[in-house]
Write a protein that binds this ligand. Structure first.
Ligand code: PEP
Length: 255
């Protein structure tokens, strides 16, 4: 964790919870992280519960994110949600290109880049997710894959917008599998991503961008991952559905 960067712990609830459960979980997270102070915390509920969750967390320490957006402002895009719709619900962050969007729903890196640009244009903070499959890793393609996802995800942004973008490195083979990247494996890719930001946008920008790690982060592995110099937070799936576990992960940020 670099000294310039504030740790961001975000909980991706995916397609879990019901309305009452989402409200209860938001209340519990709000209470359990209230005292932490020196860490940014966000929850990312299903879209249909965003309004209820932002109402619970309004004015508190926990921000709310959305799991997806459509880059168009409006139009004939049945089932989709625009950035202004998310803004109107009090959302601050939005995931762009989560691996499930890329691999289950076939989103391309170019389309993910459109989402990132739309998020910035509409005043949201995009969390650009990148990560390789196990096949990519075994074939030695990790750097090539994340470089393409990073470059197309950030295409056409200026350095100030890149600085205000959160990157999440999430190896696909570690998401929801219980198989976490080792701290050294994660740090290696984070350092690669930061070096790529440095050569494209300069040292100040690269030093300011937050790069989260995601992939089976749990209370017992969070501290070691978050202690790595280029890991600036965690994007947490399964463990974020339990407020106590999620709060322990947030509390594991380096002092
Ligand atoms: C995720 O949903 O982005 C994620 C990392 O999930 P999990 O923590 O369950 O691996």
């Amino acid at each position: 964790m670099g000294t310039l960067r504030r740790c961001l712990i975000a909980g991706n609830w995916k397609m879990h919870t019901d309305r009452a459960g989402a409200v209860a979980l938001a209340e519990a997270v709000g209470q359990s992280v209230a005292e932490l102070g020196d860490v940014d915390v966000a929850v990312i509920p299903p879209a249909c519960f965003l309004e209820a969750v932002t109402a619970v967390l309004a004015g508190g320490a926990v921000a709310v994110g959305a799991q997806n957006l459509h880059p168009a402002e409006k139009g004939a895009f049945t089932g989709e949600i625009s950035v202004s719709m998310l803004r109107s619900l009090g959302v601050r962050y939005v995931l762009c290109g989560h691996s499930e969007r890329r691999h289950v729903f076939g989103e391309s890196s170019a389309f993910v880049g459109e989402k990132v640009r739309a998020a910035h244009a509409g005043g949201l903070v995009p969390v650009l997710c990148v990560g390789e499959t196990l096949e990519d890793r075994d074939a030695g393609r990790t750097e090539a894959v994340v470089a393409e996802q990073l470059d197309l995800g950030l295409a056409s942004l200026d350095a100030a917008q890149v600085e205000a973008t959160v990157i999440a490195y999430e190896p696909v083979w570690a998401i929801g599998t219980g198989r976490t990247a080792t701290p050294a494996q994660a740090q290696e890719v984070h350092a690669f991503l930061r070096a790529r930001l440095l050569s494209a946008y300069g040292a100040a920008c690269a030093a300011a961008v937050r790069i989260q790690y995601g992939g089976s982060v749990k209370p017992d592995n969070a501290a070691e991952l978050l202690a790595q110099p280029d890991i600036d937070g965690a994007l947490v799936g399964g463990a974020s559905l339990d407020a106590a576990s999620f709060a322990k992960i947030a509390a594991a940020r380096p002092a």
